[in-house]
Design a protein around this ligand. Structure first.
Ligand code: NAP
Length: 281
């Protein structure tokens, strides 16, 4: 780093678990770009001041992670169509005039990962488990990619209904059903072509849990996608693998959303393999 180093970072609380700094810094080094990506842990009462601080300090942008993807919305000067539709920001770019532009690269990251893995969504019925922030991005990405039919199951039904109504508004041709995440509904929709876990069940602190039931089988023709990448595999993904389904985890989405963010900030397309190697070390 020297006096000309351009700065970006990740704003969240906590951020110590994030793989984004190592992923982006590996590419800056590889491409010889004089940029650096720094962790930005921000206390909940200081988010607005932190955003003003980024502008004041000449940052070029930032990623935003939990729990602030929605918190930062009112402080953006402009929102991209995807950030507005998903109602969450995971990437901020800062213009030379100091304007904060909020974007969301999670949806594109997810669908680009599906594309890279040759997963067809145009002729698929998709079952999404969960209706939190990531589920909104996934639903938006799927509908934008031409998915005709989605079932959204969530513990809190009204959140699923609200998500389906809000995101579905721009895609009137799509068939979106919602129901409670319980054993009976999982069983009746368990034949979907693509099944995605967007709940937090299975994360480190509740790694023994899964949003599925041992007596409901996955099938060899299905693709099962787990957004959680730590632990890897989760109990959910292990069961899908044992039942013979094709499994994908959230590392691919992490890399692809990172590629889109990196390109927004620098105008340069990063080498995917460098990112992959960096996060797997
Ligand atoms: P979130 O907004 O907090 O949503 C959490 C979801 O999990 C909600 O649907 C919630 O249901 C459900 N849930 C939580 N506890 C539950 C329980 N005991 N039983 C049933 N459902 C439960 O979280 P998020 O931002 O969507 O993130 C979800 C997961 O995706 C996290 O593990 C996150 O790390 C991962 N993620 C990965 C990537 C990636 O790049 N790979 C990107 C984003 C997120 P209720 O609505 O009923 O509370």
């Amino acid at each position: 780093m020297n006096g000309d180093t351009q700065l970006v970072g990740i704003l969240g609380y906590p951020v110590s678990q994030s793989k984004s700094p190592v992923m982006h810094n590996a590419v800056f080094t590889e491409l010889g770009l004089n940029w650096a990506y720094v962790p930005l842990p921000v206390r909940p009462d200081l988010v607005e001041r932190a955003l003003k601080g980024l502008v004041a300090l000449g940052f070029r942008g930032a990623n935003v992670t939990a729990p602030y993807k929605e918190t930062v919305l009112p402080f953006m000067d402009e929102l991209s169509p995807s950030a507005r539709a998903i109602n969450a920001v995971n990437t901020i770019s800062i213009t030379p005039e100091g304007k904060l532009i909020g974007d969301n690269t999670d949806a594109a990251g997810f669908t680009q990962d599906l594309q890279e893995n040759n997963v067809d969504v145009k002729n698929s019925t998709v079952l999404i488990l969960g209706a939190g922030g990531s589920s909104r991005a996934i639903l938006y990405g799927l509908l934008q990619a031409g998915c005709p039919e989605v079932i959204l199951l969530n513990r809190t039904l009204n959140k699923a209904t609200k998500t389906a109504q809000e995101i579905g508004l721009a895609f009137p041709e799509a068939n979106i059903q919602t129901a409670v995440l319980d054993e009976a509904n999982i069983a009746s929709f368990s034949k979907a072509n693509l099944i995605i876990n967007c709940t937090s069940l299975g994360m480190k602190e509740n790694s023994e849990q899964m949003p599925w039931y041992d007596n409901i089988s996955f099938h060899e023709t299905q693709v099962v996608y787990e957004l959680i990448y730590n632990p890897n595999p989760t109990r959910f993904l292990k069961k899908a693998q044992q039942d013979g389904a094709r499994v994908l985890n959230g590392l691919g989405m992490l890399v692809h959303q990172g590629i889109v963010s990196f390109t927004i900030w620098t105008g340069v397309q990063p080498p995917i393999e460098t990112m992959r190697v960096a996060i797997s070390e």
